[in-house]
Design a protein around this ligand. Structure first.
Ligand code: MIC
Ligand code: MG
Length: 294
């Protein structure tokens, strides 16, 4: 039996979980924690790479190489299928083809590419602009044509609902599927019923983005599944929580001159090591060099 490719594993996870929760992991260590908490699929956020790795806003300032580097660190640390945010694909047809090959080579399972203009914005901010349906379909064709594994997932994200309305978003989703996309990311919907309408008119798996402090209410996974979402994304939830905890530590150190009040909010050394399998590594080292010590 051949081992399933990352893309196949992502497709299987979507088919088996009802719905599949896809959790954001800003780095390899977070991926280990998510995996060992029982999650079945991981996400690398474009905003996350910009914010966490570069201290930049999510405004299309990071490059393909920046994101593929962070993605490959995660795929090296875990076997879970990884969905990666490739923004607008970083250029024209040949750039997009290169993007797909690089992410496939990095062991990524799925990518989502959006229909915003190259000067993109966060999906939940005002003043977004989208390219024409035709231009987005060309992006998708270039991506699909470039993949080596037919199971590598090309997910089309439409930002059009916030710009042109629900009907346009659904029409675009249909066109993107006709152009070869495998799944649809319906961005920044404001009503649960909008997922129902996507579901009724779009015959492919649909992703709902439960990013916090955005345009979409934080619906539960059951109600989203009932409304027709096959995947639920939590792109930056753990990152936001970790940031708030870290800020508290910096402020406390400055104010109190010690961190004792913050210990309860910290992961212990024991827990840190647990997710790393630290002791297994240590034992291996002891075994390897037992002879030289004797
Ligand atoms: C999903 C997203 O594209 C991301 O980069 O994580 C963002 C999330 C966010 O900014 O909250 C988006 O929805 O545009
Ligand atoms: Mg993004």
């Amino acid at each position: 039996m051949t081992t399933p490719t990352p893309g196949q594993r992502f497709r299987d996870a979507v088919a088996n979980a009802k719905p599949l929760q896809i959790v954001g992991t800003i780095n390899a260590y977070m991926a280990l924690m998510a995996e060992q908490s029982g999650h079945q699929a991981l996400y690398l956020s474009g905003a996350g790479v910009a914010n966490a790795s570069f201290g930049l806003p999510d405004l299309g300032m990071t490059s393909m190489n920046d994101v593929v580097t962070d993605a490959s660190r995660i795929t090296a640390a875990t076997d879970l299928p990884l969905l990666v945010d490739i923004d607008t694909g970083w250029g024209g047809a040949f750039n997009i083809a290169r993007t797909i090959r690089e992410f496939e080579r990095a062991g990524v399972a799925a990518v989502h590419m959006e229909d915003q203009v190259a000067q993109k914005r966060c999906g939940h901010r005002p003043n977004k602009a989208v390219v024409s349906i035709e231009e987005m379909c060309d992006r998708i064709k270039a991506a699909v044509d470039a993949r080596r594994d037919d199971n590598f997932v090309i997910m089309a994200r439409t930002d059009a609902v916030a710009v042109e309305g629900l009907e346009s978003g659904i029409e675009r989703a249909q066109a993107y599927l006709d152009a070869g996309a495998d799944m649809i990311f319906a961005e920044a919907l404001t009503e649960l019923d909008h997922y129902r309408q996507f579901r009724a008119q779009v015959s492919a798996p649909i992703l709902a983005n439960m990013t916090e402090f955005g345009k979409t209410e934080l619906f539960g996974k059951e109600e989203l599944f009932e409304a027709g979402a096959d995947m639920v994304l939590y792109p930056l939830s753990a990152f936001r929580a970790a940031n708030a905890a870290a800020l508290k530590v910096y402020e406390t150190l400055k104010l109190d001159g010690h961190q004792r009040s913050q210990l309860d909010n910290m992961q212990t050394r024991t827990d840190l090591y647990k997710f790393l399998g630290y002791h297994d590594y240590e034992q291996k080292l002891d075994q390897l060099f037992a002879d030289s010590k004797a």
